[in-house]
Design a protein around this ligand. Structure first.
Ligand code: ADP
Ligand code: C5P
Ligand code: MG
Length: 196
């Protein structure tokens, strides 16, 4: 069975991870966060990319796709090898720019189906407030005002155009992410029940 993929996009702090965790509880999806995979690689003993990833994350820049696609495809393969029925994936925080998208196409065209993009839409102010709040306990090196300004710029300049491309293909399902976790999830649930 070919992997069936939902890309999950939205600004930093829009609630992608929170909603993906809720989806996994009720639907047969595996959640792969590109950011989490990169942070894992950064922390891995002997990683040749640790320093590069660290500086990109602090600067809110998008890591070269060669690194990210390797992590994603490895995680997908491992999941499907363990259980062949686990071929549905939420890929959270990817593709975030043109390089990400091209890298996905080069590696995955014909090998995985992108069903749609789940887009968590909310204002930059809400995104920043949520990340600063998360920063009180997340230990993340990028949940601070300085990094957040750069992350928002990257989101506006690089990620929004990717969402617009999928929009033109009729492949974006937009959710108003500024509401409470449960209100957002009610919409997410309806979308997934409809799309399968
Ligand atoms: P993302 O993965 O998009 O960066 P997270 O899911 O990590 O976002 O959420 C960012 C922060 O905002 C977390 O501290 C989370 O608990 C909180 N959060 C997530 N969704 C909501 C929401 N709908 N309302 C208020 N806070 C939220
Ligand atoms: O999605 P998340 O907020 O966890 O991403 C944190 C950071 O990880 C991003 O700001 C970026 O520096 C890096 N990242 C990346 N490429 C991705 C996803 C995340 O470089 N596709
Ligand atoms: Mg996240």
């Amino acid at each position: 069975m070919k992997p069936q993929v939902v890309f999950v996009l939205g600004g930093p702090g829009a609630g992608k991870g929170t909603q993906c965790s809720k989806i996994v509880e009720g639907f047969n999806y595996t959640h792969l966060s590109a950011g989490d995979l990169l942070r894992g690689e950064r922390a891995r003993d002997g990683s040749e990319f640790g320093q590069l990833i660290d500086s990109y994350i602090k600067d809110g820049k998008i890591v070269p796709v060669k690194i990210t696609i390797n992590l994603l495809s490895k995680a997908m393969e491992e999941t499907m090898q363990k259980d062949e029925k686990k071929f549905r994936f939420l890929i959270d925080g990817f593709p975030r720019n043109e390089d990400n998208l091209q890298g996905w196409k080069d590696a995955m065209d014909g090998k995985a189906d992108v069903k749609f993009v789940l887009f968590f839409d909310c204002s930059n102010e809400v995104c920043i407030d949520r990340c600063l709040e998360r920063g009180k306990s997340s230990g993340r090196t990028d949940d601070n005002r300085e990094s957040l300004e750069k992350r928002i710029q990257t989101y506006l300049l690089s990620t929004r155009p990717i969402i617009e491309q999928y929009e033109k293909l009729g492949k974006v399902r937009t959710v108003d992410a500024s509401r409470s976790v449960d209100e957002v999830f009610a919409d997410v649930k309806a979308i997934l029940e409809k799309e399968g």
